[in-house]
Design a binder for this molecule. Structure first.
Ligand SMILES: Nc1ncnc2c1ncn2[C@@H]1O[C@H](COP(=O)(O)OP(=O)(O)OP(=O)(O)O)[C@@H](O)[C@H]1O
Ligand SMILES: [Mg+2]
Length: 252
């Protein structure tokens, strides 16, 4: 399973979902690879010491002599979890690959040799619909869309769905929308309940039953390079991401 976590809207919980879903999958005993495709490198920082990163996903995609195996590093605290780290250099990938015929297929092709080694791959996308996200959608078997429980929650989802359809039309017909996860939900407010109803109306059964509520623990854990499962195993965030992982596996 290769799950891309995408939504071109910024700050909706992509990285939080990517790091904790990857951790939840790794806890089930299968080697899991977290691919950080965002030049901001937030996923990378959540699990590894960035000063130790010498080569990144950029090199594995853009440099002919570099493979994913050359760039992958183990996470510092979570067994069974590896990270393909990002660096700001990823921001120049688009200009580097301009005019290359296989520009959209680079990630897919470069991941191919390591699929057996990592049965689970989670890709954290940047907040754009550019070449990096398209590479993720082409490489992925499944797509998971985090949507923040906020007034403008659904703004931009049309563009995202259009991009998904374009990718499906040619490059990756078997790409499946695994589901939509509502993040940073606040059960107590009427607005949040309205927003939830709106999201349900648009995405129907695609919406995961598990909703991720607002939680300080989820914000804190990356600073300690831990997943929510070791940082605050008894927290609601841990229980919610654990259940989300179960739903993901049921649907995959
Ligand atoms: N359930 C949650 N409860 C509280 N804070 C959260 C929750 N999920 C995410 N956050 C916080 O919200 C901010 C944005 O989340 P995150 O980085 O996961 O979003 P993103 O979609 O990856 O952002 P970007 O588009 O910049 O990559 C972060 O500070 C994160 O810690
Ligand atoms: Mg992010």
């Amino acid at each position: 399973m290769i799950v891309a976590i995408a939504n071109q809207k910024g700050g909706v919980g992509k990285t939080t979902t990517a790091i904790n879903l990857a951790a939840a999958l790794s806890l089930r005993g299968k080697p899991t690879l977290l691919v950080d495709l965002d030049p901001q490198a937030n996923s990378t920082m959540s699990y590894v010491d960035v000063t130790a990163v010498t080569r990144s996903v950029y090199d594995a995609i853009a440099e002919p002599g570099v493979t994913f195996t050359d760039v992958i590093i183990p996470s510092t605290q979570q067994p069974n979890l590896w990270v393909a780290p990002s660096r700001i250099a990823l921001a120049k990938l688009e200009s580097k690959l301009v005019g290359e015929l296989d520009a959209h297929f680079r990630l897919k092709d470069r991941l191919e040799p390591i699929l057996e080694q990592y049965p689970n791959i989670v890709i954290d996308c940047p907040p754009t619909l550019g070449l990096l996200t398209v590479n993720a959608l082409v490489a992925a078997t499944h797509l998971l869309i985090p949507i923040q429980s906020s007034y403008f929650a659904l703004e931009g989802t049309d563009d995202l769905l259009e991009t998904i359809e374009k990718v499906r039309a040619r490059a990756n017909p078997s790409l499946r929308i695994l589901g939509v996860v509502i993040t940073m939900h606040d059960k107590r407010t009427a607005l949040a309940r309205d927003i939830r109803a709106q999201i349900d109306k648009v995405f129907g059964t695609k919406v995961f039953k598990t909703v991720i509520t607002k939680s300080v623990r989820l914000e804190e854990s990356p600073a300690y390079k831990e997943s929510i499962f070791t940082f605050a195993p008894e927290s609601t965030g841990a229980a919610e991401y654990y259940r989300l992982c179960e739903e993901v596996m049921d649907r995959a």
